[in-house]
Design a protein around this ligand. Sequence first.
Ligand SMILES: [Zn+2]
Length: 239
Amino acid sequence: MVKVFIDAGHGGSDPGAVGNGLKEKDITLKLAKCVEALLKEYHDVQTKMSRTGDTYPSLSDRTREANKWGADFLLSIHINAGGGNGYEDYVYPGSTKSIYYQNIIHAEIIKKIGKMVNRGKKQANYHVLRKSNMPSILTECGFIDNSSDAALLKQNAFIEGLAQGHVNGLVKAFGLKKKEGTEVAEQKLSDAQEKIRQEAMELGITDGNDPFRQVNQYYVWNALLPFARELAELKKKIK
Ligand SMILES: [Zn+2]
C-alpha cells in the first residue's frame, strides 16, 4: 500500500498568487482533487488531502499531518507568479530519494503540458519539502500572471491533463496497477455510448478521455455552466 499525501497549496484567507481573474488557491484545489480522483483508479494506493475546501491549514499543519499519517510521498501543488512563464518542480536540495521521484514525475508531467514551457527540475529549501519525513515534490504549474499560462489554466481539459501527468508520474514511480474494473469498463464502450461521447466532445463538454471516471459535483457544475448561462441570456432576450 502506497500512501500519497496531496497538498493543495494555499487556501482560505491565503489566496496565493492572483492574476488574470484566477486565484492560485482555487486551481491548486481543483488539480489536487483531480489527482486524488484519478489515483482512486489504481490498486494499493491511499490518498489524504491537506484540505478539501477553501480553508487554510498552516504549512506546519500540512507537514505534521503528512508525517503523522505516515505518508510514503508528499505532493504539493502550486501555481507560480512573478513575471515568468511555464512549468517547473522542486525537491529539497540534495535529497537523493526525492530527486529519484522528481526525475520520473517531471518527465510524465512534461508530456501533458502541451504549449506550456518546461522550466526544468529545480531544488529549493521550502517548508513542505524540508519538514516532511518522506520524499516529496512541489510542482509549480504555470504562471497565473502570464496571460498564455492563465488561458491554459482556465481550460478544464488542460487541468485534467496536468493532473493526469502528476498521476502518471506517481503510477510509474510506485509501480501502481490500474483496477481491472476500470480497464474492462473502458474497453466495453457500446456504440450508443460512443455516439454520446463523440457528441459531448463536439459540444466541448469533455475531452472524451476516461469515459467511466467518477466525477465530482464541481466537474458537473463546470460542464453545465456555459449552457445554463446561454439559456439565461436567451430568456432575457425573450422578455
Ligand atoms: Zn504557491
